[in-house]
Each structure stands twice: as structure tokens, then as C-alpha cells.
Design a protein around this ligand. Structure first.
Ligand code: SF4
Length: 346
């Protein structure tokens, strides 16, 4: 690893073209190298076979290519695959391939550790060490796309930012990664197949609306009652539900995109009729749907999934109020790859 040299993939195509012109070469060389880096996924300058040896040496003396490395792959009995991904500075994050009948979803990380402190989440035990850069996010997706083709005979179809970290606390890099994922020079995926899932940072939700992003928004809500939400997601004391609601109304007004609420029902925490009524009221502020997610206890077992009677009550009451609700089974439990379980334990 050479920490003094810049990662060449941090340069835009224009910057790369300018670099070649300054070096006394021609601008089109920048396009050629850019294509190698992104469309062809070159891992080293040696791979760039239509670039002269002299130019490759020149690039090598100026830049590095900091590709991620998959340190360990774990396969679940249900087809889920968890990658422990080593970054150029030795830190590790995790990403997950989740297969379903007609789709493959990549669940990717946006930070090493997390800035927030959700009490039910294994990642919150790891303090935030740094944000991932756009390439490190993009590479996780490329790796999972390859695994999907190899193990499930189809390309990756969907991406969720639900791995380690709060994506809106690393907004600029997440946006740059999504630009690359959706651009024809990258993976050319539709932004409609990408979901950014946030625990709800109001200021950033409004910024996303102002930026007219095309991907989908999900919010980890888990309670529509301030007191309860603060007890499980302490940052709610700083960003209370009234602020979140205002930001979501703003989001819908600007984008006309429905919001998904991710919601776990825990035994003795949010499993009463009162909790469902509060959720129904919250859902009425902007068109939305609710995903009830199965919970996977993390080692101390303080949070336990509510019983099926409580889940049924949620489903019945939400449906009676014309709110779309889906019950999501968690995948990859046997390899600690399910929601809230990512904690570099491999
Ligand atoms: S649930 Fe998400 S935002 Fe909350 S601590 Fe875990 S990774 Fe961070």
C-alpha cells in the first residue's frame, strides 16, 4: 500500500483527461484509462493492455488503484452470501447477497462502524471509524454482481443501503457511488432498483429531495411514539418524530415517491394496539408502505421478536386502514448476515 499516492479512481473522467494533457499526452488517453477503471474493472495498471508500457509505468508512479479485497465469504443454507471486505487501510466492512425467487439484492455498507447508536443493532457496537469512499461502495456492488452471476446464474437486480453505517451521514460519497452504479460507464442499473435506508436524518432527507435523487427512500422507524423511539434509537432525542415527519412530507411533495417504513416489532417494547395506532397516524402524513421485518437477536438478547399474534395485529390494523404492509422474513441468520447482525464477527 502506498499512502502518498492518490487513488486514480477518485478522479473524474475530465480530471483524468486533463492529467494526460498536462503530462504532454492526448486527452483521449484519459477516456481509455477511465474505461479500464470502470467498465472493465481493471485491478491493476498492467491489465490495461491497449495502453503503452511507458504510460502504465507513468500511471503507476503517480497513482494506486485501491480495490477492495474479499477476505472471507460465508454461505448460508438459504443461499445468502456474506462478504467480509478488506479495505486498503486494513479495515473491514460486510456486505450481503440476498437471493429471492426472481431477484438478487445486494445489501451494502456505507461506513466502517456507525455514527448512530440504535440499541438493537450489532453494528452500533462498533464505533464509526470512517466513511467509505465512493469506490469502496461501488466495489461491494461489483463483487456481489459477480457472485450473483456465479452462484445464482443471474445479474444483481437490486441494491439496498442497509449494511453497516448510516448512509445519510456519508451522503456525498453514497451519491457518487450511486452515480457510478447507474451510469452507463459503471453498471447501468436503474436508480429505481436502489433503496437508501436511513434511520431518519431530517436535514439530509430534505437535501435528497432538493437534489431530486431518483432512488427510493426507506426509513427505519420502529416506533411512531417519541418516548419509545428514543429508548431504542437514542438519536431520536436530537431528531424527534415531528422533524422527521416534516422532512418526509417535504420529500413526498418534491419527489412524489412513496416512503417505505422498516419496522421491527419487539416483545414488550412496541407490541400494543397503541403502538399500531401511532404508526397508522404517522403513515397518513405521506403515501407510504410498511415492511415488518423479522428480528434476529444479537448476543445479549435484550431485544426479542414479538410473537405472531402481535405481528398479525399490526398487519390487520394497517390493512384495515389501507396501508400496504409486507412481512419480511430475514435471510442468512445462520451466518449473522441478517438485518442488524453485521458486526465483523466472522
Ligand atoms: S441500525 Fe443502521 S443506523 Fe442504527 S446503528 Fe445500526 S447501522 Fe447504524
Amino acid at each position: 500500500m502506498d499512502i502518498k499516492k492518490k487513488d486514480i479512481r477518485a478522479l473524474t473522467k475530465e480530471q483524468l483527461r486533463d492529467f494526460f494533457v498536462i503530462e504532454g499526452d492526448q486527452a483521449f488517453r484519459g477516456n481509455q484509462v477511465y474505461e479500464w477503471l470502470w467498465s472493465k474493472g481493471a485491478h491493476s495498471f498492467e491489465d490495461m493492455t491497449n495502453v503503452s508500457k511507458e504510460t502504465r509505468e507513468m500511471l503507476k508512479s503517480n497513482f494506486v488503484i485501491n480495490h477492495i479485497k474479499v477476505d472471507q465469504i460465508q454461505k448460508s443454507s438459504d443461499g445468502t452470501i456474506k462478504n467480509a471486505v478488506r479495505l486498503h487501510d486494513g479495515l473491514i466492512v460486510e456486505s450481503v447477497l440476498i437471493p429471492a425467487k426472481n431477484r438478487t439484492t445486494a445489501c451494502v455498507s456505507s461506513q466502517v462502524g456507525c455514527s448512530l447508536d440504535c440499541r438493537f443493532c450489532a453494528t452500533s457496537r462498533l464505533k464509526r471509524m470512517r466513511n467509505l469512499n465512493p469506490d469502496e461502495i461501488y466495489d461491494q456492488v461489483v463483487v456481489i454482481d459477480k457472485e450473483s452471476r456465479l452462484y445464482h446464474n443471474r445479474p444483481l437486480s437490486n441494491i439496498v443501503f442497509m449494511g453497516m453505517g448510516e448512509p445519510l451521514m456519508n451522503y456525498n460519497n453514497v451519491l457518487k457511488a450511486i452515480d457510478k452504479i447507474t451510469s452507463p460507464e459503471g453498471l447501468a442499473m436503474s436508480p429505481k432498483r436502489i433503496v437508501v435506508s436511513t434511520s431518519g436524518v431530517p436535514k439530509m432527507i430534505k437535501k435528497m429531495a432538493d437534489d431530486e435523487v431518483k432512488f427510493k427512500l426507506a426509513v427505519s422507524l420502529h416506533s411512531a411514539i417519541d418516548e419509545i423511539r428514543t429508548s431504542i434509537m437514542p438519536f431520536n432525542a436530537t431528531f424527534p418524530l415531528a422533524d422527521l415527519r416534516e422532512a418526509l412530507e417535504y420529500w413526498y411533495e418534491k419527489t412524489k415517491n412513496r416512503i417505505t417504513y422498516e419496522y421491527i416489532v419487539w416483545d414488550g417494547i412496541n407490541d400494543t394496539k397503541n403502538d399500531v395506532e401511532a404508526l397508522i397516524k404517522f403513515c397518513k402524513f405521506a403515501p407510504s408502505k410498511v415492511n415488518l421485518i423479522e428480528y434476529n437477536p444479537i448476543d445479549d438478547g435484550e431485544f426479542q421478536q414479538a410473537n405472531s399474534k402481535a405481528i398479525d395485529m399490526y398487519v390487520d390494523m394497517l390493512e384495515a386502514n389501507n396501508i400496504t404492509v409486507t412481512v419480511r422474513r430475514s435471510r442468512g441468520k445462520d451466518i449473522d448476515a441478517a438485518c442488524g447482525q453485521l458486526a465483523n464477527k466472522a
